[in-house]
Design a protein. Structure first.
Length: 292
């Protein structure tokens, strides 16, 4: 297959690959990185005998995401013990459709609690319909073990009760509000108090172009509480608190039109990631509700 045709085939799959990577990684910028890595591997590979290029790309992206998740959580994650007993897969099309619609920013906090292999297996099977035989090769387990991984992930996602979710979201909102109070008030120590020591500040390409004009953020990722606090200390006056796809965050809007979204990932009472999103197409697909 010539390079031009290969690029066309890849572009046809790009949106689906980004959607899968985003749900597995919970980070738009990391999802973009995973998809770009898939393109690099595709451009170097001999695909003459690949019958299902879309499936091949899904496998590559999933493996890249799994490696990224394992690297991110290697210091915290214990190896997953499988008990060898097959758990029947009770998923049905109606529930899978409901799960696919529910996996957005509000669900990422739940997904982040899953072990990497659980998360990959759950997202690939329940959201994108990948077979357990294919997932088995990605996570280096048997098909039965891959089924267990997805089932465990599904139980954890469905097992988050409404009360538990409401309490988590309320705490999440308190932390986001505390962050902006400290930022606007120039309270550097209060900012540090709500940030995880290894917090990451990331932006998509559109956000980087916007913030790069003023020199505020010129790198795709800034890491560390000190560095992130310095960026926000005394600022963020134009940001309005909002629910972004149901998750507490903030939005910067001009003339009522959203220009940039601040998406927050919170774990153990600390902000672990702030993602700036300004791509108009992405913003148009988000449900944004301003908070008092």
């Amino acid at each position: 297959m010539d390079s031009e045709l290969l690029a066309e085939r890849f572009e046809a799959d790009r949106a689906r690959l980004q959607a899968a990577a985003y749900r597995m990684l919970g980070s738009a910028s990391e999802a973009d990185d995973a998809v770009q890595e898939a393109w690099l591997r595709l451009s170097r590979a001999d695909t003459s005998e690949v019958e299902n290029l879309s499936g091949w790309l899904t496998t590559v992206v999933a493996r890249v995401c799994l490696d990224m998740l394992r690297s991110r959580r290697s210091r915290r994650e214990e190896p997953l013990e499988l008990d060898g007993e097959a758990i029947p897969d009770a998923a049905n099309p109606e529930r899978e459709a409901m799960l696919a619609e529910s996996v957005g920013l509000a669900m990422l906090a739940v997904l982040q609690r899953l072990a990497p292999a659980e998360r990959v297996a759950f997202v690939l099977h329940d959201v994108f319909g990948v077979s357990f035989e294919e997932i088995a090769g990605i996570v280096d387990r048997s098909p039965v073990a891959a089924r267990q991984l997805a089932s465990r992930g599904r139980r954890r996602v469905q097992g988050a009760s409404e009360d538990g979710r409401a309490a988590d979201e309320a705490r999440h909102q308190e932390i986001v509000e505390a962050f902006f109070r400290a930022s606007r008030g120039g309270d550097f120590q209060a900012l540090l108090a709500v940030l995880d020591p290894n917090v990451a500040l990331r932006g998509d390409e559109a956000a980087l172009r916007m913030s790069g004009r003023s020199g505020w953020l010129t790198t795709p990722e800034l890491r560390g509480a000190q560095a992130v606090a310095e960026k926000f200390n005394g600022g963020a006056h134009a940001a309005q608190l909002a629910l972004i796809d149901g998750a507490p965050g903030a939005v910067w809007a001009t003339k009522g039109a959203p220009r940039m979204v601040f998406a927050f990932a919170v774990r153990d009472g600390k902000v672990v990631e702030i993602t700036l999103l300004a791509d108009p197409e992405r913003l148009s697909m988000m449900e944004i509700e301003l908070l008092p």
